[in-house]
Design a protein around this ligand. Structure first.
Ligand SMILES: C[S@@+](CC[C@H](N)C(=O)[O-])C[C@H]1O[C@@H](n2cnc3c(N)ncnc32)[C@H](O)[C@@H]1O
Length: 260
């Protein structure tokens, strides 16, 4: 059986190549939008899954929420900040057993089988196109059902993702950029309109070092995302096209669903 790409793709190399693209200002603006759109009370319990290197989890904890992050990649979790700026003292910085509020908690877990009790969170977030990795509806629905299972009855899932209408209109078959350390990155993409998948081949070079990363992502229309959310049992769903809460339009770059 072939190992699915998402099991091995998100390693230290992925971190090196992607971390510089996400400024703190960007993660702060997204986190402000997450809090605003979810309308969270200040000590709410929130799960960021998948959390990657915890760029939102730590800021949610900083805002006073009881913030948990779950991700399959142990490599990425190793880069996640354990402390909140201005809160921890160096003496407590490496103490993962310290469970005072305002410290983010991290767990290595598959989003289809979360190690949390039923009805234990006020909110779950799935941010930055993290649905669609599995390339089949059943696994994506399983992940959404799992989010619903851990939500309290009044709770909400925030799902943020690219969507097919926008991607198809502006599909970039070639892309290139240079990272602050001089690493040059070139990307080649191919979109399969039948399966709705985007295949990306990334090549990086830094001095004499070079390498490649490849991945495939299922990109759904808003209509398909809505069907998936309803199949997973969500009933009331509001759609936004920005972190400022603009109502969703087909030409917005990201789709944000608040599903209850
Ligand atoms: C596009 S990243 C987004 C991470 C984070 N939400 C952010 O905005 O930075 C997708 C994440 O999904 C994680 N992932 C992939 N497959 C997973 C699975 N089956 N269960 C849990 N996490 C998974 C990866 O390790 C990666 O961190």
């Amino acid at each position: 059986v072939k190992t699915p790409w998402w099991r091995t793709h998100f390693d230290d190399r992925y971190f090196e190549l992607h971390y510089p693209l996400f400024t703190e200002a960007r993660s702060r603006a997204e986190t402000a939008g997450i809090r605003e759109l979810l309308g969270l009370h200040c000590d709410a319990r929130i799960l960021d899954a998948p959390c990657g290197w915890g760029r939102h989890t730590v800021l949610l904890a900083e805002a006073g929420l009881d913030a948990f992050g779950a991700d399959l990649s142990v490599d990425l979790l190793r880069h996640a900040p354990r402390t909140v700026p201005g809160y921890a003292t160096p003496a407590t910085a490496d103490n993962d057993t310290d469970d005072r509020p305002h410290r983010p908690h991290y767990t290595a877990a598959d989003i289809r089988a979360l190690p949390f009790a039923n009805a234990s969170f006020d909110a779950v977030i799935n941010v930055f196109t993290s649905l669609g990795l599995f390339l089949n509806d059943d696994d994506d629905i399983a992940a959404l059902r799992e989010a619903r299972r851990v939500l309290r009855p009044h709770g909400a899932l925030l799902l943020e993702s690219m969507h097919r209408d926008d991607i198809a209109a502006h599909y970039a078959e070639y892309d290139r950029w240079t990272l602050p350390d001089g690493t040059r990155v070139r990307v080649k993409r191919r979109f399969d309109p039948i399966t709705g998948t985007s295949h990306e081949h990334l090549h990086w070079r830094r001095g004499n070092e070079h390498g490649q990363l490849q991945h495939t992502l299922r990109l759904r229309t808003a209509t398909e995302i809505d069907t998936l959310l309803r199949t997973a049992g969500f009933g009331r769903i509001d759609y936004y096209g920005s972190w400022h809460g603009h109502p969703f339009r087909h030409d917005h770059h990201s789709l944000i669903a608040i599903a209850r």
